[in-house]
Write a protein that binds this ligand. Structure first.
Ligand SMILES: C[S@@+](CC[C@H](N)C(=O)[O-])C[C@H]1O[C@@H](n2cnc3c(N)ncnc32)[C@H](O)[C@@H]1O
Length: 139
């Protein structure tokens, strides 16, 4: 298995054409989880900055978070950000507690778009082994 497909990697970088289409709709101002190579916005936070500790308030955020157990912390951060929009690209794991508590059928009524087919992350020729979804938190 390619390292980019192992479950412990956090480098599932968004396909550029997929991001570009979303960016036409939202005009993102912040990528809070990135490195210099895969940042999708001029303003971005890296592991060293720790995007979870920075303010996302009043930003139009594009967030494709690290996919390990820590993903629920990114979902919570998106849920509690104030005054802007957070669009998350993430695995469509509809059986998780965080999906039910912070995404699906809560008082916010977040928009969920399930993606048809599987994305090819990074520069991989292979499709991801999991389905993806977009969640829009309008805060
Ligand atoms: C799934 S990749 C998404 C990369 C890129 N922003 C994109 O959409 O293509 C997640 C990124 O989050 C970074 N990352 C991991 N922990 C982080 C943290 N605490 N704060 C900011 N970035 C972090 C990783 O280095 C990785 O580049």
């Amino acid at each position: 298995m390619n390292v980019h497909f192992s479950s412990n990697t956090d480098q599932w970088s968004t396909p550029q054409d997929f991001f570009d289409k979303l960016n036409e709709r939202f005009n993102f101002t912040l990528d809070p989880c990135a490195d210099k190579e895969n940042a999708k916005c001029k303003k971005f936070f890296t592991k060293e900055d720790d995007g979870l500790k920075q303010s996302w308030d009043n930003e139009i955020v594009f967030c494709n978070p690290p996919y390990g157990r820590v993903i629920k912390e990114w979902v919570k951060k998106a849920y509690y950000a104030k005054g802007g929009i957070v669009v998350m690209l993430m695995p469509a794991r509809t059986d998780t507690k965080y999906f039910h508590d912070f995404i699906y059928k809560n008082e916010r009524d977040n928009e969920i778009e399930f993606i048809k087919g599987r994305l090819k992350f990074g520069d991989s020729k292979n499709s991801a082994p999991f389905p993806s979804m977009i969640v829009v938190f309008r805060n």
